[in-house]
Design a protein around this ligand. Structure first.
Ligand SMILES: CC(C)(COP(=O)(O)OP(=O)(O)OC[C@H]1O[C@@H](n2cnc3c(N)ncnc32)[C@H](O)[C@@H]1OP(=O)(O)O)[C@@H](O)C(=O)NCCC(=O)NCCS
Length: 173
């Protein structure tokens, strides 16, 4: 991915998440895009990127062979919100992740959006379990039948995500 494309996607998330949150999410998106295993899926409208979602490896320390990803961030430019871009992003990316042998996808997000695409609340640990004050916001999509029941214990995201601020839901309480 070129520096230009990286900037375009970071700016998209800055706009999607709005003035305060966007300023934190944009540099995060940039950092995630520098990780070699990040999967980036975009949806285009009128020749430009209207929405983007990033997936980064997510590891259960006692189950290193399980192929899991963390979904974040997912954003649609304000002028394209409410027109099916988010739905297309989710459907396209889930199909892609399934095609590359992903076992499960985890997300810390809006409990009213992700369940539309098969995500369900999970009791598996986030990397900072004590900071999860809204349990229903931590969700999983199982792509390999039966895998989630077999996963337990401590989890780890990529280094760019291993900061308490990304796992503390008390700001949304
Ligand atoms: C959330 C977001 C990605 C959805 O994208 P979108 O293009 O607006 O969504 P769509 O138009 O494809 O809508 C898909 C469905 O989700 C619903 N939906 C959209 N935004 C929603 C939200 N914030 N919460 C709950 N449901 C939502 C729509 O009503 C629609 O339902 P339907 O299929 O029954 O009609 C987008 O609004 C966005 O970028 N928001 C700001 C950033 C953000 O909050 N990201 C998610 C953080 S976890």
């Amino acid at each position: 991915m070129t520096p230009n494309e990286i900037n375009t996607i970071a700016n998209l998330h800055r706009m999607a998440f709005g003035p305060s949150e966007g300023e934190e999410i944009a540099p995060l998106a940039k950092a995630l895009l520098s990780h070699p295993e990040t999967i980036s899926i975009s949806v285009h409208r009128g020749g430009k990127i209207a929405g983007n979602v990033l997936f980064t490896p997510f590891v259960f320390q006692d189950h290193p062979d399980a192929k899991c990803f963390l979904l974040a961030p997912c954003g649609v430019l304000p002028e394209y919100q409410g027109q099916g871009v988010g739905k297309e992003l989710m459907q396209t990316s889930i199909a892609h992740l399934a095609s590359v042998g992903t076992d499960a996808v985890f997300v810390l997000g809006v409990p009213t959006f992700y369940p539309r695409y098969g995500f369900v609340p999970t009791e598996k640990q986030t990397p900072y379990p004590t900071l999860l004050t809204i349990p229903e916001s931590w969700m999983v999509l199982e792509l390999t039948a039966g895998i989630v029941d077999r996963l337990d214990g401590k989890t780890r995201a990529i280094p760019q995500f291993m900061q308490p601020q990304w796992w503390d839901t008390s700001q949304y309480d």
